[in-house]
Design a protein around this ligand. Structure first.
Ligand code: F6R
Length: 600
């Protein structure tokens, strides 16, 4: 959710380096931002620039030069969206600064204690108490200890251990030239440079500087200096050897290139990704198929778009390999964990690998001795590291807040695994090649022209239905989610058979009803539903392999057998994208949403 970027090194434009880092994190969604620098020379205070709103064309060139700076993009939890509540926050002496992701659950008690000790607070945030707590811890030290090098990190360690909740914190001060950070729950990555080092909440922000990283585990603390990085356990004090990993993404992968928005770039990448997965992922799919086949039961779990992929998985496995697998939404899965039988397998689907609801499921599953497979896009992320078996989605950085290519890539992997379970992975590969071809037609110039015209026609509607049956039901839900999250039109994904059990009451003259009608056993039934809606005045928009007289508008989607959900969802993504532009919104940064949901 919030973004963190910190720099310490030999360059004196640390504030600008940090602001550039924050810009690379903008895609995560935020409502205010700020940068703090320890000025070069004898300055006594840390200097901060922070503002509500987006960074836009703002600069930090007016800030003093310095070789140590950090910054934050905030997504408000405690306290409104104001300049004062933006991070970094300072202590009373203005010599200690903190940035923070997460929620300090015991902040009221800590604030009361600190207020009694005479601390003065200027913001409404839970974060500010951390700076004061470190100040208080330093005050409590004997002068000889306080003046020694490790005093600051010891004070931060003590403060971190006093916080309840899932938090990532970084602190700097004017005396010891270092960043001190600790994490529990919220992600934090250390980047190793040459005479300079970095901290970030997201590895993509580090790409222009370094590809060598260490992902902090829960309870790990790090002291980052220009020429040294010390990692240790915050609870026990034990030293931890850095587990260096090499980032595989390139800087170019994380840029928009010729596209006006990340979302459009990511939509267009999908045909190529389907072919890549078909040719490169068979060994991993076979390996996972073995795990699926030997598990007593398989539970595929995800949140949001990943939850839709989990639901789609249940159809794919029954249709392709005749296996009944279970699926669930992460935030609703808790109570089911108690009754999951031994020797089952939980399969966690996630783009970011940091979704807190899903991490909770995985933690509880592991505590019960249930095996966990993670299929995630960010290699090295928390869910990646927590799993017993892992598979990279391999979609490259996904920066548009609305998930696109990670969804279709997850589906492609699940198709391969299902075919591997059937013992016929080459048919799965052929199917994906077909899906790639159909996806290419979905994004072709002529199709995009049709979709743009449809978006222009629909831009003023307030509500719509998206109807599908079988695997086209999760496709309909995903289509509705894309439309509502970026264009702010209310859209509801409905199972065709459920229409007459309630939703049909809302279909009146002109109600837009998208109908997903692929060339499978659901075709007749779905067309029947379309006719029922049309009879009530519904405006029927068909996504189908052939036109039908019931459709008032029609977007062709070439048949790709069991993989037709892929082009269907791509068409939906394009419709959502163009509806958003028609309505004058930014498709990459929908209001109230963050790319990576690291809180419960
Ligand atoms: C919707 C969207 C979200 C995510 C959800 C889970 O477009 O992006 O619904 O799918 O927050 O995120 P991951 O897949 O990172 O676990």
């Amino acid at each position: 959710m919030c973004g963190i970027f910190g720099y310490i090194g030999h360059k004196t434009n640390a504030p600008t380096i940090v602001l550039e880092g924050l810009k690379r994190l903008e895609y995560r969604g935020y409502d205010s931002w700020g940068v703090a620098v320890v000025p070069e020379g004898d300055a006594e205070n840390i200097l901060v620039k922070k503002k509500a709103g987006k960074i836009g064309a703002a600069t930090v060139t007016s800030m003093p030069k310095g070789t140590l700076a950090f910054g934050h993009t905030r997504w408000a939890t405690h306290g409104g969206v104001t300049d004062v509540n933006a991070h970094p926050h300072l202590d009373c002496t203005k010599t200690i600064a903190v940035i923070h992701n997460g929620i300090v659950e015991n902040y009221e008690a800590l604030k009361e204690m600190l207020t009694k000790e005479g601390h003065h607070f200027v913001s409404q945030t839970d974060t500010e108490i951390i700076a004061h707590l470190v100040e208080e811890n330093l005050k409590a030290m004997k002068p000889a200890i306080r003046d020694a090098q490790p005093a600051f990190s010891k004070a931060v360690q003590k403060a971190f251990n006093a916080l309840d909740g899932l938090n990532a914190i970084i602190l700097i001060n004017t005396t010891s030239h270092e960043m001190v950070a600790a994490r529990n729950g919220s992600p934090l990555v250390v980047g190793f440079g040459d005479g300079e080092n970095f901290l970030a909440s997201d590895p993509a922000a580090l790409l222009p500087h370094t590809k060598q990283v260490h992902y902090l585990e829960d309870d790990e603390m790090v002291i980052v200096r220009p020429d040294a990085i010390h990692i240790f356990n915050a609870r026990t004090g034990e030293r931890v050897r850095p587990r260096k990993q090499l980032l595989t993404w390139t800087e170019k992968d994380a840029e928009k290139g010729q596209y006006p928005y990340f979302m459009l770039k990511e939509i267009y990448e999908q045909p190529g990704l389907m072919s890549e997965i078909a040719s490169e992922s068979t060994e991993q799919a076979k390996e996972l198929a073995k795990q699926f086949a030997t598990a007593y039961r398989v539970y595929v779990v995800g949140a949001g778009t990943s939850g839709h992929a989990a639901r789609a998985a249940s159809y794919l496995f029954s249709d392709i390999s005749a296996h009944l697998i279970n699926w669930g939404i992460a935030s609703e899965f808790d109570h089911r964990l108690n009754v999951i039988p031994e020797k089952s397998l939980v399969v966690a689907l996630s783009q970011s690998g940091e979704t807190m609801d899903l991490m909770e499921v995985v933690k509880k599953a592991k505590a019960k001795g249930i095996g966990v497979v993670s299929i995630v896009n960010v290699v090295g992320s928390s869910l990646w590291r927590m799993a017993d078996f892992r598979m990279p989605i391999g979609a490259g950085p996904e920066k548009g807040v609305a998930s696109t290519k990670a969804f279709t890539s997850k589906i492609a992997h699940l198709i391969l695994i299902a075919y591997a379970m059937k013992g016929n992975i080459s048919d799965g590969q052929k199917l994906l090649i077909r899906a790639a071809k159909s996806a290419k037609e979905a994004v072709s110039e002529s199709n995009v022209k049709r979709i743009k015209a449809l978006a222009a026609k629909m831009k003023s509607v307030e509500h719509m239905f998206v109807v599908g049956k079988g695997i086209s039901y999760p496709a309909a839900q995903e289509c509705a989610l894309k439309i509502k999250e970026i264009s702010y039109i209310h859209a509801e994904g409905v199972a065709a058979g459920e229409l007459k059990h309630g939703p049909l009451a809302l279909v009146t003259k002109g109600t837009p009803c998208i109908v997903i009608a692929p060339n499978d056993e659901t075709y007749r039934d779905v067309l029947g539903s379309a006719m029922e809606m049309k009879a009530r005045g519904g405006h029927i928009i068909g996504f189908s392999y052939k036109n039908d007289e019931v459709f008032d508008d029609y977007i062709p989607v070439a048949d790709a057998g069991e993989a037709t959900i892929i082009p269907n969802v791509i068409v939906a993504q394009l419709l959502a994208y163009y509806l958003t532009l028609e309505r004058g919104f930014d498709p990459d940064m929908p209001r109230n949403l963050a790319k990576s949901v690291t809180v419960k």
